[in-house]
Design a protein around this ligand. Structure first.
Ligand SMILES: Nc1nc2c(c(=O)[nH]1)N[C@H]1C(S)=C(S)[C@@H](COP(=O)(O)OP(=O)(O)OC[C@H]3O[C@@H](n4cnc5c(=O)[nH]c(N)nc54)[C@H](O)[C@@H]3O)O[C@H]1N2
Ligand SMILES: Nc1nc2c(c(=O)[nH]1)N[C@H]1C(S)=C(S)[C@@H](COP(=O)(O)OP(=O)(O)OC[C@H]3O[C@@H](n4cnc5c(=O)[nH]c(N)nc54)[C@H](O)[C@@H]3O)O[C@H]1N2
Ligand code: SF4
Ligand SMILES: [Mo]
Length: 743
């Protein structure tokens, strides 16, 4: 029996998804995790947890998780080595493969966990800068990039993203999101189920627009199926109907611009979009009724609205509808969080900023480069064209997550060199020459720098490391800085990392001192930071100079890292507050709702509305509660039970094709084909099929013993790489034409 006095309890924020739940972690005398449950005292999550949150101990203990670097041996296999040998190999590769090629032929890919890891949020930029390239890829162009591009144009910063004020709205219309499974995105809110129930209990309404009757749709008052990729049309018709019925209640300062927008939208009526969206005009008007009779309406859209050829347009039109409803920047509507760690929209005082425009740069293969990033869909073709010869991947698995993935899988081995920072030897890192693994999540501190800027309530939580590093293990920020040092021609020693860290802090101090216009001095800030180093020092600096910070004593009651350290359940900074116009950085000092680059795309949308509908089945993707994109399938506790990687199909479509429930089928698109068991369900709208993403762990060369037994198939074999949202470079991942035959 374990004596209870030998157990200890640690609190931390779950770093796995955007919901930022507080965890209560029980460890035994040997520092083994015994149990993880929701922290009931967490100021934001109040005890909510999902199945993934309980697995941080299982991840830490996973024998396949890399604890030592791997380097490629002479026989071609990847073998364990020590850190000094691994960095020596990196130096060799940099000297022999990078010295004589243009820096632009070196590329970096940053995956999703790079925004969930404090070390990578603060230090991955050092790698990119040291690499000296502008050939940058990230998972953004298979995700939220359209939302950021729209925000850049409308509000002057891609980080100025309106989030739904779900705790105060009384009519939520949600498009292309399934927060009961995903736990929410670009709307950080632990416990969506509880928040949705509270909305309905206070007499509010919720309508979900999705081709699938998801768990979220089932929990709402109403589900309206929509044909994939047509949300921009639906939103345009909603805006038109609000305007023509005289129901618009815009902010007076924006009325003129919004009138101009609705004039441009006038051809999109409920009748004219009915065929393309599959939604009756009556139904569209009833959405308008629901929104315009509510006191605090709110429209929110997510992944299903962004990974389409009209992602940016749909994101823009969501804001247009909210602005017409008078819901923009209003409690219960859509609002702008105040990130305690500061962000582009807190570091300067608005509302004026420079003009923004799209379409200034293209890749060598002619794809749009927006917000400084090449579309991931172009990675394979740029490698094939030898525009890219050297690749660093950081916390990403593009072989599973990016479109036309078989092509990328075939292109990666042709690189001159590839280095990966990753915890697993998986489908992508199997191609690397060197893999540099970070410690497990429990072995590092955590602070949600990114998601506090997307949170439905202003909060801040600091999580110290729960477990110490293993003998000789390096924190990921040190790995990143040692790699940066080598890329700059340095030795890559620990001393180099410390020097680079000091330099980084010095530059940040200079910036905040300058921005404070004399209020702060470099001495005051340096001495205030004391002897902290690494992420802790940078976080303390950001918090104390952030919108709630103590400004190193100027606001004595303000926030500090020390205050957060003393508050293991977090500090609540209150509900969101209106931030217009200071949140803006635009030429007019108001939201540029009628930005010409957005209006200019409406011709393409009109052409899409007229296009004859394809008779093919349309593929969409789904998430499952027990998975996290591609990389948590090696934890038995999450993958056991009946297979979750199935193709969901409507009974009528199944009958037409002789497809039996549970039997294997072949799914064929113009880029490839995969085989999966069918799951016949009326939850899917006729003409649509759904496959989860992140599976297909049947590649040779990876070391994922559990995942290989639950391989599933990779949906991105079916996703062609050539259809992008031209405004943002984001791939179309939904609404892919497929055919299905029994296997
Ligand atoms: N359990 C779990 N949670 C996760 C993840 C995970 O893999 N597993 N991944 C995390 C990540 S990286 C992200 S970005 C978020 C995403 O979180 P969400 O944005 O909530 O994304 P999904 O859960 O994929 O839900 C997207 C929905 O859009 C629907 N859809 C598809 N096409 C269309 C369309 O054209 N129009 C409309 N209106 N709907 C459409 C799909 O049927 C699906 O229900 O989830 C995060 N949370
Ligand atoms: N068809 C289709 N494709 C999709 C989607 C879809 O809905 N449908 N969703 C898209 C979305 S929203 C996203 S965000 C992308 C995700 O795309 P990616 O980010 O490329 O893929 P992940 O599966 O998140 O892989 C994360 C990798 O990071 C590693 N890792 C985890 N934590 C850490 C860490 O702290 N440090 C380091 N160095 N490595 C770490 C994992 O081992 C894994 O290899 O996929 C996209 N692809
Ligand atoms: S919902 Fe997200 S943050 Fe909360 S426990 Fe699950 S994975 Fe972690
Ligand atoms: Mo994502």
């Amino acid at each position: 029996m374990v004596e209870s006095d030998e157990m200890r309890v640690a609190y931390r924020t779950c770093p796995l998804c955007e919901a930022t739940c507080g965890l209560e972690i029980q460890l035994d005398a040997n520092d083994r995790v015994r149990r993880i449950r929701g922290d009931r005292e967490d100021v934001f999550s109040g005890g909510f947890i999902c199945p993934k949150g309980t697995t941080l101990g299982a991840f830490h203990d996973d024998p396949d998780r890399l604890r030592q670097p791997l380097i490629r041996a002479d026989d071609g296999t990847l073998v364990e080595t020590d850190w000094e040998t691994a960095f020596e190999r990196v130096s060799e590769l940099v000297r022999s493969r990078l010295a004589d090629v243009p820096r632009e032929s070196a590329a970096i890919y940053l995956g999703n966990p790079a925004v969930h890891s404090l070390d990578l949020l603060l230090y991955s930029r050092s790698i990119t800068e040291a690499l000296g390239t502008r050939t940058i890829f990230s998972a953004s162009t298979v995700d939220q990039r359209p939302r950021e591009v729209a925000s850049g144009l409308i509000y002057g910063s891609p980080q100025t993203i309106p989030v739904p004020d779900i705790d105060r709205t009384d009519a939520l219309v949600l498009l292309g999101a399934n927060p009961l499974v995903s736990n929410g995105s670009l709307a950080t809110a632990p416990d969506w189920p509880g928040r949705i129930d509270a909305l309905i209990a206070r007499g509010g309404t919720m309508t979900v627009i999705d081709p699938i009757r998801t768990k979220t749709a089932a929990r709402a008052n109403r589900h309206i199926p929509i044909r994939p990729t047509s949300d921009a049309l639906l939103l345009a018709a909603i805006a038109t109907d609000i305007a023509t019925r005289g129901l618009a209640r815009p902010e007076p300062a924006d009325a003129e611009r919004l009138r101009s927008v609705t004039e441009h939208l006038a051809l999109f009526t409920p009748e004219s979009v009915a065929e393309a969206t599959g939604i009756e005009p009556r139904s569209i008007r009833s959405i308008v009724d629901e929104l315009t009779t509510a006191e605090r309406p709110c429209v929110y859209g997510r992944l299903g609205t962004t990974v389409t050829p009209f992602g940016t347009t749909a994101s823009w039109l969501i804001d247009i509808v909210n602005a017409l409803l008078g819901a923009m920047d209003r409690p219960g509507g859509t609002m702008f969080p105040t990130n305690a760690a500061g962000s582009a929209n807190t570091r300067r005082s608005g509302p004026h900023g420079p003009e923004q425009a799209l379409g200034r740069r293209k890749t060598s293969t002619g794809r749009p480069i927006e917000l400084g990033e090449h579309p991931v869909a172009a990675m394979a073709e740029e490698i094939e064209a030898q525009s890219i010869t050297f690749l660093i991947t950081v916390a990403g698995n593009p072989v599973l997550s990016c479109p036309d993935s078989e092509r990328l899988d075939a292109a990666l081995p042709t690189l001159d060199a590839m280095i990966s920072l990753d915890c697993y030897l998986n489908e992508t890192t199997a191609h690397a020459d060197v893999i540099l693994p970070p410690p497990s999540h429990l072995q590092r501190p955590h602070f949600d720098l990114a998601f506090m800027g997307l949170s439905v309530r202003n909060v801040a939580n600091w999580s110290p490391a729960v477990l110490p590093l293993d003998e000789g293990q390096l924190p990921e920020w040190v790995i990143a800085l040692r790699l940066a040092s080598i890329l700059r021609g340095g030795a890559g020693s620990i001393q180099d990392a410390e020097n680079l860290d000091d330099g980084l802090v010095q530059r940040s101090i200079e910036r905040v001192v300058t921005a404070s216009s004399g209020a702060l001095t470099a001495d005051l800030v340096s001495s205030g930071l004391g002897d902290r180093t690494g992420p802790e020092r940078l976080v303390d600096l950001q918090i104390r100079t952030g919108p709630h910070g103590d400004l190193f004593g100027i606001r004595p009651d303000g926030l500090t890292l020390a205050a957060l350290e003393a508050a293991p359940h977090g500090i609540d900074l209150g509900p969101l507050e209106p931030r217009m116009p200071d949140v803006l950085a635009t030429p007019s000092g108001r939201p540029e709702y009628d930005h010409p680059d957005l209006i200019g795309d409406l011709g393409r949308l009109a052409e899409f509305a007229r296009r004859p509908r394809s008779d093919s089945l349309q593929l969409v993707n789904r998430r499952t509660l027990r998975s996290n994109n591609s990389w948590m399938h090696n934890l038995e506790i999450l993958v056991k039970g009946k297979p979750r990687c199935t193709v969901q199909i409507h009974p009528a479509d199944a009958a037409d094709r002789g497809v039996q429930d549970g039997a294997p089928v072949r799914i064929i698109s113009r880029s490839g084909e995969i085989e999966l068991p069918a799951a016949i369900t009326e939850d899917v709208m006729p003409g649509v099929v759904s496959v989860p993403h992140g599976w297909g762990h049947d590649h040779t060369g990876s070391q994922l013993h559990v995942a290989e037994r639950h391989a599933g198939a990779n949906v991105n074999v079916l996703t062609p790489g050539d259809v992008l949202d031209p405004l943002s470079g984001t791939s179309q991942l939904v609404g892919i034409d497929v055919s299905i035959v029994p296997a």
